[in-house]
Design a protein around this ligand. Structure first.
Ligand SMILES: [Zn+2]
Length: 405
């Protein structure tokens, strides 16, 4: 099926005047039809390089003061009213296993946070789970990775010793670690430790990196390591963020992540617009790369498969055009501006009228009306909320679920 929009953002992000793109899906009623979607841009679904899916409870677990480092927050947040409320649904025990009890309910909520913001791939930073866990989601939750919670706390949450984790990556998948999330001396020493142990490699993906000096960032650039920028979470917990200007001037591969809503933004669209608010001099196209090609590189995703091509696209995101160019547009859109989102040939989220082009099982979808537009989403997030409501004994609303408000 061919789709005509105002502009298609192709994989290499070269300036393209392409307006027509072909999508493919085994569920399409007609593969030869042509559909015009006015005032719309086509993108590859976005990539969220850092989240903790079961941590997407709300409101944030923090008090008004800032923390010297995030490890103090990790202990503090467990006592917060928000986490205590979440614990009624699921208590996160060690080693972390999200298939137990109500773990899947919470993890799926985190999945929906990402779906409603047009995310096709999300990295769930946690000890590696069983395959069945990753199968729960209608989008891709990265399966191939190795991890370390942080240099200071180690793998307290589960997983192997740091060097074993790196070795198991064989350099063929990301090795992901929270690092430099603070400004005190302990945190400032984390990078040297990482380097001394031998964990700074081309496949290292450093999350946060607030404390990293210019010299350390140069070492990241020279090694080819990636750094994940989470500005909202950083300013909320620490009051400071990564030295993004140095990163960009020396060519560090920077990606963007939301972190969970216990510390981070509501979703990836909010995160991007917050990044723009804090650093308005960074071109929108550069920000876009941080949720597309740069993320694909950091997460070891095939750059052809994880980008739009002219033909045979099983993954696509059509979004209302609210700005002149598709890059500035990502700073202005909300979940309600997503027109159609398809992942691996399966319609995931969008305006209900587009679902008519597909032979799908209606029961597999939840439909609702928002501001006069009928919308669909794959699966049943409303049933997750019903279940949570029955556990809590009152109605819970979450700001990243657009059908709630
Ligand atoms: Zn994190």
């Amino acid at each position: 099926m061919k789709i005509v929009v105002d502009q298609v953002v192709l994989g290499d992000e070269k300036e393209s005047s392409l307006r027509e793109i072909e999508i493919s899906s085994p569920f399409l009623n007609s593969s030869t039809s042509k559909l015009s979607v006015e005032k719309a841009f086509a993108y590859f679904p976005f990539i969220n390089a850092h989240d903790h899916l079961i941590g997407n409870w709300y409101p944030p677990a923090r008090n008004s003061s800032l923390y010297p480092n995030a490890n103090i927050w990790v202990k503090d947040m467990k006592l917060s009213p928000s986490v205590k409320e979440r614990d009624k649904v699921f208590v996160n025990s060690i080693p972390m296993s999200f298939l137990k009890e109500n773990g899947p309910l919470l993890a799926l909520l985190g999945g929906y946070k990402n779906i409603f913001s047009g995310v096709g791939v999300v990295q769930d930073h946690a000890p590696i789970q069983q395959d069945e866990y990753y199968d729960l989601f209608p989008i891709e939750v990265l399966r191939k990775y190795r991890q370390l919670h942080s240099i200071t706390l180690g793998n307290f949450w589960g997983g192997e010793e740091p060097l074993q984790e790196m070795e198991a990556s064989k350099g063929e998948m990301p090795f992901i670690v929270h690092l430099g999330e603070g400004l005190d001396e302990t945190t400032k020493g984390e990078f040297s430790k990482l380097y001394e142990i031998g964990l700074l490699k081309p496949n290292t993906l450093i999350i946060h990196g607030i404390s990293l000096t210019k010299r350390e960032l140069h070492m990241c650039a020279d090694t080819g390591a990636s750094v994940c920028w989470c500005p909202f979470s950083n300013y909320a917990l620490i009051g400071q963020t990564l030295d993004i200007d140095t990163c960009l001037s020396i060519g560090v591969n920077v990606v963007i992540g939301t972190d969970s809503t216990l510390s981070g933004s509501i979703n990836l669209l909010s995160e991007i617009s917050y990044a723009h608010q804090k650093a308005p001099h960074i071109p929108a196209k550069t920000l876009y790369k941080m949720i597309s090609s740069h993320s694909a590189k950091a997460l070891f995703l095939d750059k052809e498969k994880y980008a739009l091509q002219e033909k045979n696209n099983e993954n696509i995101l059509l979004v209302k055009a609210k700005a002149k160019d598709p890059y500035s547009n990502i700073l202005k859109i909300t979940p309600d501006d997503i027109i159609f989102f398809m992942w691996q040939g399966v319609p995931i989220y969008g305006q209900l009228k587009y679902l008519e082009h597909f032979s799908i099982e209606k029961d597999d979808y939840y439909t609702y009306t928002k501001e006069g537009t009928e919308r669909f989403v794959k699966g049943h997030p409303e049933k997750i909320i019903d279940r949570i409501d029955s556990i809590l004994g009152y109605h819970k609303t979450l700001p990243y679920l657009p059908f709630q408000g």
